[in-house]
Design a protein around this ligand. Structure first.
Ligand code: NDP
Ligand code: GUE
Length: 275
């Protein structure tokens, strides 16, 4: 079994990007994070992203609003970032508090600064295969497969989850790489049977250890996107300890997809700077 460590992937991508960034200068390329409320995952990501961006020599702006912020206040914060010429990319962290209409908010985001591919405009471009910003977590899954020379062409890819940030885009990307793709979700009646057909299994449901050893075809490649809390520990959607003996390769959590996602964000900010 090969452990698909994210750090090796992140380091390889950073090394290439670092040279281009050095030519621009320190703290010129700048990203902003819009963080509203108290969601644990969003706070965790904001912390990692700030550290990663600053270490890399990017400028970093954190716009943080309390759980009680109104729609108008969040919209105003977003528009300030849209209009700030020194900010090249904006990452609105999800989920936001329930009373915030995120659909309406997202489409106010300047598509040229939409580094996580959340706007309808970028979703359209990506879906049509015409470029645009794609969600960084989906890109991280593809970067891991590429880095470890795992071919997608001709393989049966099973994706668990159909969200706009992971499931859907990663299914499209693996389809684009000539995989035969099955998308599973909460209404899929025979999940175990579907997953068992996968040469490549991408788990993005957000359910701790829901993918068990009996669901995995021997020799399959398993990409675990999930970040869940179980008994005080961060675990993925895959029961790693049991699956690792059946899979040919598997990403750990933490240390897998998550650590590559932040690097994909650095690349997207650079792209936004150059656009
Ligand atoms: N590693 C990283 O960089 C990142 C990791 N994450 C993690 O990835 C996970 C998924 O995130 P996200 O896509 O935003 O989550 P969402 O809750 O938006 O989507 C979850 C998807 O999984 C499906 N699903 C839920 N339960 C089941 C089940 N029992 N069987 C089959 N399908 C199921 C849902 O189906 P339906 O559509 O029918 O409801 C839905 O499509 C989370 O753990 C999140 O923390 C998120 C962002 C980045
Ligand atoms: N618009 C939007 N896009 C997102 O991609 C998004 C979001 N909102 N909201 C919150 C979730 C959560 N998320 C993480 C990404 C990386 C790590 C990460 O770097 N994890 C490391 C470190 C973990 C650790 O040390 O504990 C790892 O997995 O190895 C964590 C969490 C992105 N999310």
């Amino acid at each position: 079994m090969i452990e698909l460590r994210g750090k090796a992937v992140a380091d390889a991508h950073k090394a290439i990007l670092q040279e281009k960034v050095a030519a621009v200068g320190d703290s010129v390329i700048t990203m902003a994070v819009l963080l509203v409320g108290e969601d644990h995952g969003a706070h965790m990501y904001a912390t990692f992203m700030e550290k990663t961006a600053k270490n890399f020599g990017y400028g970093f702006v954190l716009k943080e609003l309390p759980e009680t912020a109104t729609q108008d206040e969040v919209v105003t914060a977003l528009q300030e970032l849209n209009n700030d010429a020194a900010v090249h990319g904006i990452l609105p962290l999800m989920p936001m508090p329930k009373h915030i209409d995120t659909e309406a908010l997202i489409d106010m985001l300047d598509p040229k600064k939409d580094i996580d591919g959340l706007t309808t405009y970028n979703i359209g471009l990506v879906t049509a295969g015409k470029g645009g910003f794609a969600p960084c977590t989906a890109k991280a899954c593809m970067a891991i497969l590429n880095h470890y020379d795992i071919p997608v062409e001709g393989k049966h890819v099973v994706v668990i989850g159909r969200s706009q940030v992971i499931g859907k885009p990663v299914a499209l990307m693996t389809l684009g790489a000539h995989g035969t793709v099955t998308m599973c979700h909460s209404r899929t009646p025979d999940l175990a049977e579907q997953v068992k057909r996968g040469d490549i299994v991408i788990a993005a449901a957000g359910r701790a250890h829901m993918i068990t050893a009996d669901m995995i075809k021997p020799g399959a490649v398993v990409i675990d996107v999930g970040i869940n809390e179980l008994e005080g520990k961060t675990v993925g959607d895959v029961d790693y300890e049991a699956v690792k003996d059946i899979a040919s390769a598997i990403t750990p959590v933490p240390g897998g997809v998550g650590s590559v996602t932040t690097t994909m964000m650095l690349e997207a900010v650079y792209e936004a700077y150059h656009a």
